[in-house]
Design a binder for this molecule. Sequence first.
Ligand code: TXA
Ligand code: MG
Length: 547
Amino acid sequence: MTRVFHPETDRNAIAEAAEILRRGGLLGIPTETVYGLGADGLNADAVARIFEAKGRPQDNPLILHVPSSSWLERFCHDVPAVAYTLAERFWPGPLTMILPRRENVPLRTTGGLDTVGVRCPNHPLTLAIIEKAGVPVAAPSGNTSGRPSPTTAAHMLEDMDGKIDGIVDGGPCAVGVESTIIDLTVSPPRLLRPGGLPLEELRAVLGEVAVDKAVTEKLGEGERPRAPGMKYRHYAPKAPVTVVTGDPTRTAAYIRKHLGESNGVICFDEFAEQFTGHTVHKLGAAADRLAQAQHVFDALRAFDTDDVRHIYAQCPDDAGLGLAVGNRLKKAAGFHVVHVESPVVIGLTGPTGAGKTSALLALERLGGLILDCDAIYHEMLRTDEGLRRAITDAFGDVFDENGLNRQKLGAVVFGDSAAMDRLNAIIYAYIPREVERRITETDVPIVGIDAINLFESGLSRLCHRTVGLLAPPEVRLRRIMARDGIGEEYARLRIAAQKGEDFYRAHCTDILMNDAASAAEFENKATAFFCHMIQEINNNKEESNHE
Ligand code: TXA
Ligand code: MG
């Protein structure tokens, strides 16, 4: 029988739990990452029982849990100064350091290695138990080998009931994924497992940090990761898993398209309703990586009792805790990962007469889909009931059988800046949503957004880069006169009524100057300009994919 301790109501719990460790027993311990299966790390027989209870391969070393960095010298030698810097910054917390092992740590504990992983967990109950026991606690995650790590006492009991002496219920784990493992015996230090402490935070202290191949890829036959545990299939539900990476809106669309009967989904909260009729387990909001870390194992575990044939999982990108969440999902999938590309999105804006048509043509010839926002607006005035109703509610019955009656609407909004603001607010609520929908639906690799009010409308937020098309004032003047057949005075008035160059220089990420002698020459210039820009955007995307 496995005894469950509830320390908040049971005053003797800590002492009795410590006693289990001291006499060589097995104890489930709460930590901030996941529940651990603990035993006296200096007692080779006790440690052997951990491997037995988990069904864990003998060569997979255990982490030693200590109550503070002052214990490091007892079990490690040649401890570098930087280990203390890290401990100061991040302990107690989700960081495990690999250091040279002292002789007193049994080879059983370290899987035969002459290094040892040490960590100080951030959970008051476990810290108190270790202090009381007076021994370092060797503890792998408290799951049966190969299953998702437990983040509640109940989950651990599911795997270990009857196999261990006790389990301390310390509530659900605050972080939800295991500790980050950094190998400090090599130079530069090497990330062996992403975890609860983001890589960015380690780099802020250590500078260069190498990332072990096993973190991001499936290893080939005979390849050995530096953390032996990384080679095993892990966290895997019974059904096969496909991980889908990329922009969440697109990954959701991809999954919808491929989802078959009796298929399940792990997805961000916002997308759950797109999969009604299927078994869905939610990860947390797309932007909330901590929530995703807290839920990833529960979601995987939940699928063990659901009868599904295949599981599709949305996956965060590698920033912050996303690296650890993605790694757990990908391991569960045996690194079966599909990446959904998003198109490069370039916003184009600028005053009249600068040559936008030629620039758009250049972008189109490069394979770009041009979204003309003015045309989309007019189309929506005819087809979008929501937009029509919003305008009618605000300005009365301005539609007739021919569509929007411009004169009627103009009579209300021109000369009344508050009314104009209200009209713009309505338009800016509808157009970007429609543009975003079209970007999501398209399969083309490049999208150009053509919008006069690129920034005011919020459309710039959909763009990787925003280009302001400008031309020397005299050139614009001549072009407008020729194009629209108007006199110089009127053309100057039109130019004066528009936003000045300063606006574009202040808001756009890039300026394209149309100072070419002919339209053909400018098209060449624009083509070179966009080619270069697209390459840069794609290079940046690459980097953030493989960081
Ligand atoms: O958050 C955690 O680290 C949790 C909680 C309980 O502390 N523990 C945990 O332990 O995740 P476990 O055994 O499930 O994972 C330990 C990982 C394995 O991949 C193992 O190969 C690696 O750490 N490891 C341990 N000692 C090592 C060493 N000396 N050199 C390289 N890798 C080591
Ligand atoms: Mg584990």
